[in-house]
Design a protein around this ligand. Structure first.
Ligand SMILES: *Cc1c(COP(=O)(O)O)cnc(C)c1O
Length: 400
């Protein structure tokens, strides 16, 4: 275990400001050391020198599938089943729109109150736009399994709750969805790069996720979408852009979807962001996801034990059982926003989620037990000495 964790830890592969303890890799991963020079070279040599020839010469057009395969290796998706592009909200929309087409007689989209608002908003918008009498049914996370009835067209769930870190049983819920005849969509925003995931084994029809959280692709990094290969030929794309066409450069008058998951492409790929992401993904090269999970649990358990021993002001809101918790830990505190600001002022970076949640992400590639202990030292100081209780930390910023 010790040697495995030592091999897992690779702080030197990241650029982390001196003295900062970064417990927010669940929201925006840090900069992998190899990225700046690779992106600079891409800009200078590929864009600068090759200009439009870069699409062929430098493989830009193939990047969304090539990088999709790299993501696929981390979440158990076979080669050729994932394509990159757009943002996660868009990919949620595409997956749900296609799922509803697969079950035209059913009218319920089932999700839970732990889902990220954007997923729910996108479902609302799609339903309103379709105007076919669909209903978005939002139930408590614990009730999802029981609420999968034969009215349900699609179950659309984020595996790890962004607030509490509560973890859904991906295989179990997918099985129940299928037993009831529903299509299963998983949002892996807080799973990819955080916990072992086996998309193919789950049998789900769709999986989506973002790459700027645990996968360290940088702000604005593109999202991914997985479509189960056997159903891909029958999937109707809602966003029928030219790069999802079977022959984009034939410039045909009418839309014909690509034969494979490329039909989920829309328009021109974000080549700079994909280059950053492709390089960032190389830090995962010999990472065993089971080892990562063990290390993440060890760090999270240590954090909870230390906080509960030293910070009685805080209440754990994440599941206590690590097996039903993702790679983040949340505590409730009435003055949580100000307390997080006070921590950030001392270079301990966590974040705040409304109404009162202090959230901390655990990422064993660049965090160790000393970091966790030092973070709790500062947290204890902030709480005991009410360092948060100043106007400067109470003023709420635009991004929390
Ligand atoms: C982070 C996150 C998003 C963000 O969507 P973007 O379109 O990439 O801004 C959406 N859904 C979930 C579940 C998330 O965790």
């Amino acid at each position: 275990m010790t040697t495995k964790n030592a091999a897992l830890l690779r702080k030197d592969q990241f650029i982390l400001p001196d003295g900062m303890i970064y417990l927010d890799g669940n929201s925006l991963g840090p900069l992998p050391r190899a990225v700046p020079s690779r992106v600079a070279a891409m800009v200078a040599d590929e864009w600068g020198e090759h200009l439009i020839k870069g699409w062929n010469l430098d493989g830009w057009m193939g990047q969304p599938m090539r990088v999709g395969d790299m993501v696929g290796r981390l979440i158990g998706a076979p080669s050729g089943s994932i394509v990159m592009g757009d943002t996660l909200s868009i990919k949620v929309y595409q997956a749900l729109a296609s799922a509803l087409k697969m079950r035209p007689k059913r009218k319920v989209v089932l999700s839970d109150s732990g889902n990220f608002p954007s997923d729910l908003y996108m479902a609302e918008g799609l339903i309103a736009h379709l105007d076919q009498g669909h209903e978005l049914r939002i139930v408590a996370p614990e009730d999802v399994a029981a609420e999968i009835t034969d009215e349900v067209a699609a179950v659309m769930i984020t595996q790890v709750d962004y607030r509490t870190g509560r973890l859904h049983d991906m295989a179990g819920i997918t099985k129940q969805a299928h037993a009831a005849g529903a299509v299963m969509i998983w949002d892996l925003a807080h799973s990819a790069g955080a916990i072992p995931v086996d998309v193919a084994a789950s049998g789900c029809e769709f999986a989506v996720g973002c790459t700027y959280k645990y996968l360290n692709g940088g702000p604005g990094a593109p999202a991914f979408i997985y479509v189960r290969p056997d159903i891909t030929p029958d999937i109707a794309p809602a966003l029928s852009g030219w790069l999802g066409h079977d022959a984009p450069f034939a410039f045909e008058q009418g839309y014909r979807p690509a034969k494979d998951v490329e039909r989920m492409r829309v328009g021109t790929p974000p080549v700079l962001q994909l280059t950053a992401l492709e390089t960032a993904l190389s830090v995962w090269n010999d990472v065993d996801m089971q080892d990562l999970r063990a290390a993440s649990i060890a760090l999270s358990e240590l954090f909870i034990a230390e906080v509960e021993a030293r910070c009685p002001q805080l209440t754990l809101v994440s599941p206590r059982d690590p097996l039903v918790r993702g790679s983040q830990v949340s505590f409730a505190f009435e003055n949580g926003y100000a307390a997080i600001q006070a921590l950030i002022a001392q270079d301990i970076i966590g974040d705040f989620r409304s109404p009162n949640i202090m959230r901390f992400g655990f990422t064993p590639l660049y965090l160790d037990t000393n970091d966790v202990r030092r973070a709790v030292d500062v947290l204890q100081d902030v709480l005991e000495n009410r360092l948060w209780d100043v106007p400067e930390f109470r003023a709420v910023k635009r991004v929390t």
